[in-house]
Design a protein around this ligand. Sequence first.
Ligand code: HSE
Length: 326
Amino acid sequence: MSMYGRSRVKVPASTANLGPGFDTLGMALSLYAWIEMEESAETEFHLYGDEMAGVAKDKSNLLYQVAQMVFSEAGVTIPELSITMYSDIPLTRGLGSSASAIVGGMAAANAMIGSPLSNAQLFDMATALEKHPDNVGASLFGGIITAVWDGEHTDYIRIEPPEELEILVVIPEFELSTSKARGVLPSQITVGDAVHNISRTSLLTAALAAGRLDLIGRAMQDRLHQPYRAPLVPGMEKLLAEATGHGALGIALSGAGPTLLCMVDRQESRKPELELFLKQTMEEHGIPARTCWLLPSSSGVVAERIEINQMQNESFLDMIKGEKHL
Ligand code: HSE
C-alpha cells in the first residue's frame, strides 16, 4: 500500500571530544543500533533491546520526529509510520545514543523516500538538533571526525582511524544527562587554558591522521571540560591520572560522560590489567561498572531501501543476529 518501500539502517555509536576536542572531535564505535521504517496505516513502534525500555512509543518519539523533519525538508507528507528499532547503545552514558537515533532516524526516513537529501544536508539538520557536530558527524560518516559548526552549516574532515587502535570503555551503572554535564562548565576560561586545549586538539588530530600512537596520551590532555565534570563521575580523576600507567595510550571522558574511554594499542600486553584497573577503581568509589572492548567503526550510517515488489523475507531480528552485542 505504500509507494515508498521500507528502509533499513545500521548506525554506529560514537564518542565525542577525545579529551581536548570539546564539541569538535568525534569517533564512531563498533556498537550499533538498527532501524526499519515504512509507511503505515497508523503509527506504531516495535522497540527491542534492554536499552529501549522507557523510550516513547508515540509521536513524541525522536525517530518519528526526525523522520518528519526529513519529509518536510524533502517536501513530502507521510504522517503515519511503522518504526522498528533494536539498540545496543546505552542511553545517557556518553556513547552518543541520541546522536545515533537522530542520524539513524534521518537516514531511514531519507532512504524510504529515495534519498533526496545529501549526507551534508542531514549533517546540518542533525547538528542543529544536537547543537554540536561531534557525535552526529561520527555516526553519519564513521571513522574520526573533526568538525566545525557555524550555527547553520558544518564543515568537517573524516580521518580513517589508525589500524592498531582498539578502544576500551568503562560504563558506570548510572546515567548522566548531557545538560547536567554541560551545566557545570565555566562560561569563561583563561587564554592559558584555551592555548592548552587548542594545541593538544591540533596535535591529537594530526597524530590520529598520521598514525602516531606514541603522541596520543599527551595529546589527550584537557583543561576545558574534564576538570569541571570530574566531581560528577566518582573515580574519574584517578582513572584520568593513572590509566596510562596500566597500558592505555590515553584516556578521556567519553562525550559528556559518565563513560570513560581508553585508546589502546592492539598489541598491548597489559589489556587484562587495564580492564581490571578501570573496573576496580569505579568499584572503589562505590560505582558498579561494566567494561567493553570496541573498535573504531570505519563505516558510518548505512541505509538501504527495499522496494515493495522485492521485499526481503529476512526478518528484522534475523538481520541483527550474529552482530556483536554489548
Ligand atoms: N561535546 C559534547 C559534550 C558531547 O561534551 O558536552 C556530549 O553530547
